[in-house]
Design a protein around this ligand. Sequence first.
Ligand code: ADP
Ligand code: MG
Length: 245
Amino acid sequence: MQHKQTVIDIRNLSYSYVNEETSNRVSVLHDVSFSVSECEFVSIVGPSGCGKSTILKLIAKLLDNNHRNIGIDRSKMSFVFQDFALFPWLNVRENIGFGLKMKSLDKKSLDIVVNEKILEVGLSGSEHKYPHELSGGMKQRVGIARALAMSPSILLMDEPFSSLDMLTAEKLRIDLLNIWTKYKMTVVMVTHLIDEAVEMSDRVIVFGPRPTIVKKVCEISLPRPRDKRSKEYFDLCDLISKEIL
Ligand code: ADP
Ligand code: MG
């Protein structure tokens, strides 16, 4: 088997929030270590409030820390948010092209990328709509297209399908897996849904309750597309549930 390069390396990472009023420290992550390989799809699951978003924000440097414990090249990294985080005053095209515009890409090249992403995520016909005119699923398609427009080699996603209805979420998961297969990016996805993690990932990292440690790391070697009704699938979900509940 080909040896894959490590692209995210988290070593003995601990993190506390400091309550500004009381100056009390709230310990969230306690000595967390794991690594993610090139092109790997990794999910982090764990109980609510255990620090899943915190670790993703530390990886993305949206939260500050000394960062000595996180080895990563952030130059080609994009983020997909649970609540989409679209710019309400920009239309679909402008939202998707925002990052490229900030990088001063010329208009012609920008249009080419934006057109490609619109097709890829299935937003044709909605290019000129504003976020308030879009359904949740469409909004997250914009969020994903905006992330992809930057040609990331690492995609970080924080509960990207959690605010969507079940059918919309499933459709988007399948589309995202196809995009991942096409581009072979490294993906780190946070989710509280065990089933979603098993459906999508090569590896699931299970966090315990706060202060969080890595409780278990579970390889998912089932062939894709995965049969969600197979015994193997069910057994893996069950195994992970037992670690969390
Ligand atoms: P998860 O995403 O797993 O639900 P978070 O990473 O958002 O959990 O939060 C982990 C813990 O840290 C929670 O107990 C939360 O209340 C606390 N927390 C999150 N953000 C802050 C903050 N800015 N200041 C203080 N505490 C915070
Ligand atoms: Mg969270």
